[in-house]
Design a protein around this ligand. Structure first.
Ligand code: FES
Length: 155
């Protein structure tokens, strides 16, 4: 349908009567655009801050963790605790040691799962993804590299 004033446009905003419904849609469109811009700016700013603040630490030696094991580590010179896992001979992974259900410190390892004793959540030792219980998401994962005999973690 073309404009009743025959301006030749199929969707003519200039000649469309402003009903409360149209005005609401316009406001929604405007607010939605603002939210998108704000989110973009906010995320970009947050990402830049996170990049600037990240630092790499030697978390432990490769021999500190047995194959299939895990170790709770306080990063040197900080009070930041992480859990480093070694699911097989050559791979190491680092995660937040706090359960995503109610932020309780993880209590141990069973097979290929890190365990939270409080309500029974479990997480895969390679990915940090939840494998059982009331966990609300995966564990925060940190970049891990092995240099010589040092396990380095970037937080
Ligand atoms: S706090 Fe870990 S399962 Fe509830």
């Amino acid at each position: 349908m073309t404009c009743e004033n025959l301006c030749g446009t199929v969707v003519c905003e200039e000649h469309t009567p402003k009903t409360p419904e149209n005005a609401l849609l316009s406001r929604r469109g405007l607010l939605s655009a603002f939210a998108g811009i704000a989110a973009t700016i906010g995320l970009a700013s947050f990402g830049e801050s996170a990049m600037a603040a990240s630092k790499t630490y030697v978390a432990c030696k490769t021999t500190d963790i047995t194959v299939g094991g895990a170790k709770l580590v306080t990063l040197p010179g900080t009070n930041v605790q992480i859990v480093v896992t070694r699911p097989n001979k050559t791979s190491y992974h680092a995660f937040s040691p706090y359960c995503t259900h109610q932020t309780t410190m993880l209590s141990g390892i069973q097979g290929t799962n890190l365990i939270c004793q409080r309500h029974g959540a479990s997480y895969n030792t390679t990915t940090g993804s939840p494998t059982g219980g009331p966990a609300r998401g995966g564990l925060k994962r940190y970049t891990t590299t092995v240099v010589g005999t040092s396990v380095k973690v970037t937080v």
